[in-house]
Write a protein of this length. Structure first.
Length: 246
């Protein structure tokens, strides 16, 4: 069983649900009203909310534990919490990366992508083997670097991506890129293209070892990318911007 958290305009919802059940729309309940732009959660069940230049960490009861912001670096583009002890914050406009500990305290100085001529990085992710994944939206390249920005590998993508929404690492250090125009692209840990799952949505998606969870037309869906089938989890009656499992 997993807990569901959703951004409902400016509302976080929670529920215990089962992917075996198809009629659970009445089983979620509101636990907190907050203002935010993006939600994610770590493997320990902590919820992270991004709002402009600030990042907040909540426990499972919706209580704020820690917060972080750096006004000099501007708006946060994305946050990667795949390693709860090395949380990566990406400042797209500033071309910077900052790593935080579990209390959202910086453990590195800002890593300057511009200093290594990475001028057009639109997506960033962090893998469990301490590699940083970067996507260059001008050159259409998928790049991996270490903490010193030493380049480990670079792959030019033959598939054209138009305004990709997010990049995430998952099991065995593989990578997905969400491209709303075509779907979810899968890459192996060497950056080699594997396959495309034609899920087209502008909402943020979530992936685990078996399912891709995503919103479309106010429906929360789970696509099993191993068995290639889909389950409808629930339908929201109000406008939902994002939903995640905890």
């Amino acid at each position: 069983m997993r807990k569901l958290a959703a951004v409902w305009t400016l509302i976080v919802l929670a529920s215990f649900i089962s992917l075996q059940s198809q009629n659970i729309g009445n089983q979620y309940q509101m636990i907190e009203t907050i203002k935010g732009d993006f939600l994610t959660c770590d493997m320990k069940g902590n919820l992270f909310m991004m709002s402009d230049a600030s990042l907040y960490k909540f426990n499972q009861e919706g209580q704020i534990l820690f917060s972080y912001s750096n006004l000099f670096l501007g708006t946060i583009a994305s946050v990667d919490v795949s390693n709860p002890l090395k949380i990566m914050v990406f400042y797209k406009d500033a071309g910077k990366l900052v790593f935080l500990d579990e209390k959202l305290t910086p453990i590195t100085e800002p890593i300057d992508l511009l200093s290594r001529n990475y001028f057009n990085i639109s997506l960033a992710a962090f893998s469990t083997d301490n590699r940083i994944w970067l996507y260059d939206n001008v050159k259409n390249e998928l790049i991996t670097v270490d903490f010193q920005l030493n380049e480990l590998q670079k792959n030019h993508l033959t598939i054209e991506l138009l305004n990709p929404r997010q990049m995430n690492t998952f099991k065995e250090r593989n990578v997905i890129i969400q491209n709303p125009g075509s779907g979810i692209l899968f890459f192996d840990n060497f950056g080699t293209y594997l396959k495309l799952i034609p899920i087209q949505t502008t909402a943020i998606v979530q992936i685990d070892d078996q399912f891709i969870y995503y919103l479309k037309d106010n429906q929360l869906l789970a696509y099993n990318y191993q068995k290639l089938n889909q389950i409808e989890i629930c339908t929201f009656t109000d406008n939902v911007r994002q939903a995640i499992f905890m």
